[in-house]
Write a protein that binds this ligand. Structure first.
Ligand SMILES: [Zn+2]
Length: 293
């Protein structure tokens, strides 16, 4: 049940079509897992706290640094957080944003061996990590648990999003080539020199948290089998490191499907600010066929 304070707090939600007290209670009774409390994790966790998700389970082993301050505002509130673990810091901020929200955090690395225990009974996984190899760990966990994972990708001025739902959508392996991503991880993210700014991160997080609420309370049909791409810079795309990375780690199947949908990763040089690519399961994908990870 919602308290009197919660009913007052969420008054503006109840004015939205499809979002009543019953829906708010459903959100209150939900646990989510957020992998990463950095660039995309910061706005994601903030929004989840604002809308009143019952329990946010956060995992991040990283330490907040001065150079994170241009974007990770969840660690920029209150006392100085430089040097603090990001999961711990995010938990502190959530308490001050919305004391009705329970937070659990892990200040350690997740691996394919401990991820199932960490995610526990969470109903949705938010993929807010940088490295693609960890995105595959999360996607494989989502598949084992049969729960949706919301994928984020940020590169330069571009942002990407996709709902991977094991029961409904093309799988992560349909879209991305696990063998190739290790190379890209080494070339970019490992050096910590990925170009990134707050507007792209917040845009991606807004889209994906909105999709998560759709999944939870059903005020609209979630955008299954839809790959989002937003562009903060719409010209000279072939020189964008973000697009170069994607066209490399996409599977040949995804590149071909994107081309059919009118978005050719290999040649496009100018686009509108927002694109969506419809993508169905690859009929030849071994993961979609046998269901084992
Ligand atoms: Zn697949």
């Amino acid at each position: 049940m919602l308290s009197t304070e919660e009913k007052e707090r969420y008054t503006r939600h109840f004015l939205l079509d499809g979002w009543d007290e019953e829906a708010q209670e459903k959100i209150k009774n939900t646990t989510v897992f957020v992998a990463g409390a950095g660039g995309t994790g910061s706005p994601t966790i903030t929004m989840l706290a604002l809308i009143g998700v019952g329990c946010i389970r956060i995992c991040d082993f990283d330490i907040f640094m001065e150079s994170n301050k241009n974007r990770q505002f969840i660690h920029c509130l209150g006392e100085e957080r430089v040097g603090m673990n990001k999961a711990e810091s995010a938990a502190l901020t959530v308490h001050s944003i919305n004391p009705n929200v329970k937070v659990e955090y892990f200040d350690e690395k997740f691996t394919r061996y401990n991820i199932d225990d960490m995610v526990g009974d969470a109903e949705i996984i938010f993929d807010c990590v940088d490295r693609f190899k960890y995105k595959f760990v999360l996607a494989d966990c989502a598949r084992r648990k049969n729960i949706p994972m919301l994928f984020y990708g940020i590169m330069d001025y571009a942002y990407f999003g996709y709902i991977f739902d094991p029961t409904k959508t093309a799988c992560f392996h349909c879209l991305f080539d696990e063998k190739k991503v290790a190379v890209v991880d080494k070339l970019s993210v490992n050096r910590g020199d990925v170009a990134v700014m707050a507007p792209t991160l917040f845009s991606a997080a807004g889209i994906m948290v909105n999709e998560a609420v759709k999944i939870l309370i059903g005020y609209d049909k979630p955008a299954y089998n839809t790959f989002y791409i937003g562009f903060g810079k719409c010209h000279d795309l072939q020189n964008s490191r973000g697009l170069k990375s994607f066209k490399y780690w996409n599977t040949a199947y995804f590149n071909a499907e994107a081309k059919k949908a009118g978005f050719d990763f290999r040649t496009i040089n100018k686009t509108s600010m927002f694109q969506t690519i419809h993508i169905e399961r690859n009929p030849l994908c071994p993961y979609c066929q046998d269901g084992k990870i």
